[in-house]
Design a protein around this ligand. Structure first.
Ligand SMILES: CC(C)(COP(=O)(O)OP(=O)(O)OC[C@H]1O[C@@H](n2cnc3c(N)ncnc32)[C@H](O)[C@@H]1OP(=O)(O)O)[C@@H](O)C(=O)NCCC(=O)NCCS
Length: 179
């Protein structure tokens, strides 16, 4: 694989925007045709490129959350990890996520979080599934529709960067929206 780049959406070129739109639509059934996010524009993206074209991405938001058991936790949330079908199983997604961990190592980040139904990639990278109840801002098509509190089933995955913390059965205020 070639280059890994970090970009916010306002830094994307026209070609990068159209590469990303195509990639997201191909990787996620029913993805939007005219935007690159679900609820809100992410803070930035980590892009994998081959021959100067985007072949993989993970969008990223940094935030703090409040756990009932552990207090305030600073984290990076991963959104829409995806790789072009023709380039899969070559370690590109792993490289993207490891690169992000390396970058975050120097920052004050306590954990990485992803909401995922398929756990395989993240389990390999050391993420744990935890049974938590989340409180978050619900957004529907650019409208805030309330604050929801619900058990996340088995889709909340977390990896602590330093000291691991037991979050089983925890209640977490996401202090914002989730994907
Ligand atoms: C998941 C995905 C990003 C992996 O990309 P990749 O570059 O092939 O990943 P890597 O080569 O680093 O690792 C591959 C491993 O990821 C795991 N994996 C495969 N599909 C996966 C999926 N949909 N979700 C989570 N993990 C997956 C498997 O364990 C796979 O191992 P294998 O190659 O031995 O089969 C890619 O399959 C994809 O874009 N899928 C469609 C979008 C998607 O479902 N994204 C996950 C959103 S949470």
């Amino acid at each position: 694989m070639g280059l890994i780049e970090y970009k916010s959406d306002c830094e994307l070129t026209g070609t990068e925007r159209s590469d990303l739109q195509k990639l997201l639509q191909e990787c996620f059934h029913g993805y939007f045709i005219d935007r690159l996010y679900h609820k809100q524009v992410p803070q930035y993206r980590v892009l994998a490129k081959k021959n100067e074209r985007i072949v993989g991405q993970v969008a990223v938001d940094q935030r703090v959350i409040r756990s009932r058991k552990h207090g305030v936790i600073s984290l990076i949330e991963l959104i829409d990890t995806c790789v072009d079908e023709k380039c899969r199983h070559k370690g590109i997604a792993t490289k993207l996520l490891q690169e992000l961990e390396h970058w975050a190592n120097e920052k004050s980040v306590d954990a990485f979080v992803v909401f995922a139904d398929d756990h395989r990639l993240y389990k390999k990278l050391g993420y744990d599934v935890v049974d938590v109840t989340c409180r978050f801002l619900a957004i529907e098509e650019h409208e805030s529709v309330g604050v929801i509190e619900k058990k996340m089933g088995d889709c909340f995955m977390i990896k602590f960067t330093r000291k691991p913390r037991d979050m089983q059965g925890d209640h977490v205020d996401m202090l914002g929206y989730v994907f």
